[in-house]
Unconditional design. Sequence first.
Length: 237
Amino acid sequence: MTPDYDVTYLGFWPCAEGIGSFRFSRPSGYSFTPGQFFSLSLETEDGLVSKFFSHADAPDDPAIELTTRLSGSVFKNTLLALSVGDAVRISGPKGRLGVPEGASAVGFLAGGVGITPAHSIIRDVMHNDKPLEVALFYGNRDEGCIPYGAEFRKYASANPRFVYVDTLDHAGPAWTGESGFISAEMIRRYLSDPGALHWIVAGPPPMVDAMKRVVSDLELPPERVSYELFAGYGPNG
Ligand SMILES: Cc1cc2nc3c(=O)[nH]c(=O)nc-3n(C[C@H](O)[C@H](O)[C@H](O)COP(=O)(O)OP(=O)(O)OC[C@H]3O[C@@H](n4cnc5c(N)ncnc54)[C@H](O)[C@@H]3O)c2cc1C
């Protein structure tokens, strides 16, 4: 059991098409390791419902942030209907996902809302200048739906230790990044030795399943890969 905290809703920030970020006050005494998650409980028309969310914020950020698909579910609609200043309950931190002890290079395979733990970890590394090599392969649908894309591009242009590859499966004509799904072939074009990194894969089941095939094509040993399944998303993510 993790402790419960009453937190204050601070507001909503649209993040990409159909995806938004919700912020909550950080309770005193609450600390977490980037990669961990928490549960949020809301009183909905179906009663009290709790769901898990990875921290999208880094530990030094002033607020707790969750980023999610605005699916139209009762829970998400209740979240959208919150007013700034409302009190809600979270419980955490939970989970063991994160940069393994002693790792010097970490890679992420992410797409859509599955970016949240990667965002927390990368933000922490960049803001605190941590000595970690980072690669992020990030798949999205089109230019309008790349959560945190501008922030990642800024980090990549300032930090040679961050390899950032974003790829779209419905790119417009002006797109200069990669196109198509993340593949082993794409990763090998950017990294000479993918096996030298510890890999983190997080997201809804369809994304994690697709990335398991990439991990297999890269012939990565199982101990080199950590997974976080966003159980609760349906087969369409
Ligand atoms: C460790 C962990 C970490 C997680 N981290 C995150 C995170 O960072 N961000 C995140 O978004 N989720 C995260 N999740 C998943 C999260 O807990 C929810 O299960 C998820 O957001 C889906 O909730 P929902 O209310 O949208 O869908 P649910 O109501 O639970 O429905 C399941 C599916 O049905 C669809 N659906 C539901 N209602 C409607 C409707 N009215 N119309 C159309 N479609 C509908 C939804 O799109 C969803 O795919 C995490 C889960 C775990 C276990």
